[in-house]
Design a protein around this ligand. Structure first.
Ligand code: NAG
Ligand code: NAG
Ligand code: NAG
Ligand code: NAG
Ligand code: NAG
Length: 482
């Protein structure tokens, strides 16, 4: 007993020593009151108690989600406040900002919040932004970011790309980049922020509408970190009936430092000890839940779906063949798979899938994706692929997928991996490198895996002037046909 205690103490100590810094992300259930003022005030009070708890865990930075203070409101008018420029504080005209600033100062912690901001434009008309604000340990505003890629926010003005390449450096030696939720789907700012800056860590407050099988929260967020080799702090609102939930601290080395996702509506402070020197996979996840618990309690998590099976190419997989080497193409976009089935179950159905073409994402229709994936399917009908309400028993010793594509700056790639419990396939290798104008991408498992729903590669060339000619043609055709 005594040895066990000393041992756990040692483990705790080691994990503290190894940490580059301690981050807290809050999965947050928004509380609502009778008036906008009371709603925001009660959420600020909740935020302050989370800051207090985070301080007990020695957190140096805490992140709260997008729309965390208000809920996803249509009309910003009664919620928006004026936010003074960077370097303001620690005292503010607005008492909400003052409360948050005091909490940051009182606990010596960087505090990241998302707010609705109002401002008068040149014509003296009030305009609104979706804005992240960062307070430093002295309670001053050190960074302010206005969301560039809005989604379902018709009354807001998008932040200007030229003014919203936002980074800030901390006294614990980390330079962070900052953007918000839906921005992660777009080159500007989610990839442009990494070019020519010293950013090693990203903060992303989110109100993330998860969709199966490629855009689920943990899946997409951890893939961003892994592909870009940056640490990523995501705080998400918890509203699982709308498919919103899942927060985490993801390592650029493929290690997840902490995550939280649940089928039971709840708020949860999640502490991640970020370490760029830990390479031992066994050390990963100081705050990771029991996977079996997660699977059964996940039933209530109602994710959306973004899967246009009529447009995709599919190929059946014969699980009786222990060692499968196969290739699937959509046009000139091809992926090669190398799969070793450890124990195939003839009642399971897996297919290979490939797609290169436009995809509707929220409000946006200018997104061109490339995706290829191994997918679990409920029936032989491809429209049932990539769902998760059925049993699969097949285990894979290895899944490995690779592709090569023309290298374009504004087209970016990341892995796809998802299991039935909505977690990713942990312990994988993703490799992307450029040679002779071509990008070579590979993604592989490193151990036995089961309950795999999706495993592949996702590419996106979106919302930029580098729009491909074929997409332009498709869009024009769309205009005339529909
Ligand atoms: C909300 O609070 C602000 C001050 O923060 C005050 O000016 C305003 O009148 C309040 N609105 C309501 C409806 O109470
Ligand atoms: C802008 O509008 C506000 C309220 O309508 C008014 O009080 C203010 O004087 C106006 N400012 C200018 C520069 O016109
Ligand atoms: C799957 O592969 C096994 C072994 O090669 C073969 O016997 C079986 O007929 C195949 N099934 C289908 C549907 O092709
Ligand atoms: C295959 O899976 C089904 C349930 O999905 C199970 O009933 C059956 O026993 C499994 N067969 C083998 C050979 O594992
Ligand atoms: C990544 O790909 C490059 C180019 O194909 C190769 O040289 C390198 O060894 C690969 N790295 C890993 C870790 O697989």
């Amino acid at each position: 007993m005594k040895t066990l205690c000393i041992f756990s103490l040692l483990v705790v100590l080691i994990s503290y020593i190894e940490a580059d810094y301690v981050a807290a992300v809050v999965e947050y259930q928004v509380s609502r009151s009778s008036t906008p003022n009371l709603t925001v005030q009660s959420n600020i009070d909740d935020y302050i108690s989370h800051i207090e708890s985070a301080s007990i865990h020695s957190a140096q930075i805490i992140v709260f989600p997008e729309y965390g203070l208000t809920g996803f409101v249509d009309d910003p008018t009664d919620y928006a406040i004026e936010i003074p420029p960077t370097a303001s504080g620690p005292s503010f005209k607005d008492h909400w900002l003052t409360d948050l600033s005091n909490a940051a100062r009182g606990h010596g912690m960087y505090v990241v919040v998302n707010l609705l901001e109002k401002q008068r434009n040149e014509k003296n008309k009030t305009i609104f932004y979706n804005t992240n604000v960062v307070f430093d340990k002295e309670g001053k505003i050190v960074a302010k970011y206005r969301k560039i890629n809005l989604n379902g926010e018709p009354k807001l003005t998008p932040g200007k790309a030229s003014e919203n390449q936002v980074t800030f450096s901390t006294d614990f030696g980390i330079t962070f980049g900052l953007f918000t939720g839906f921005d992660m789907f777009f080159y500007i700012p989610s990839r442009s922020i990494l070019n020519g800056t010293f950013v090693t860590d990203i903060i992303c407050p989110s109100y993330w509408f998860s969709a199966l099988p490629f855009h689920h929260s943990l899946q997409f967020h951890s893939a961003y970190a892994q592909a870009n080799k940056v640490n990523l702090l995501v705080s998400n609102v918890d509203n699982i009936r709308e498919g919103v939930g899942g927060s985490g601290v993801y390592g650029g080395n493929g290690i997840v430092f902490s995550y939280y996702i649940s089928g039971t509506p709840s708020s949860k402070l999640s502490i991640g000890r970020v370490s760029n020197t830990v390479t031992d996979i066994a050390v990963q996840g100081f705050d990771i839940l029991d996977e079996n618990d997660t699977q059964s309690s996940m039933e209530n998590y109602k994710a959306g779906r973004n899967f246009d099976s009529n447009s995709y190419k599919f190929k059946d997989l014969n699980l009786s063949n222990g060692n499968i080497t196969d290739r699937i193409c959509d046009g000139t976009f091809c992926c090669s798979f190398n799969i070793i089935v450890s124990s195939g179950n003839s009642s399971d159905i897996y297919k290979l899938m490939a797609y290169a073409g436009p995809q509707k994402l929220g409000d946006r229709k200018d997104i061109y994706v490339r995706m290829c994936s191994l997918l679990a399917c409920q029936t032989k009908d491809p429209s049932s692929c990539g769902t998760r309400n059925f049993n699969i028993a097949t285990q894979f010793s290895q899944i490995s997928v690779k592709t090569d594509v023309a290298d374009k700056t504004t087209t970016f790639y990341q892995p796809i991996s998802l299991r039935q419990n909505l977690l990713t396939v942990f312990n994988t290798t993703y490799n992307s490198s450029v040679a002779n104008g071509k990008r070579f991408i590979s993604f592989s498992t490193n151990k036995l895996e089961k309950n795999v729903i999706a495993f592949g590669i996702y590419g996106n060339g979106s919302g930029t002037l580098g729009i491909s000619l074929s997409l332009l043609v498709i869009m024009l055709m769309g205009k005339y046909l529909f």
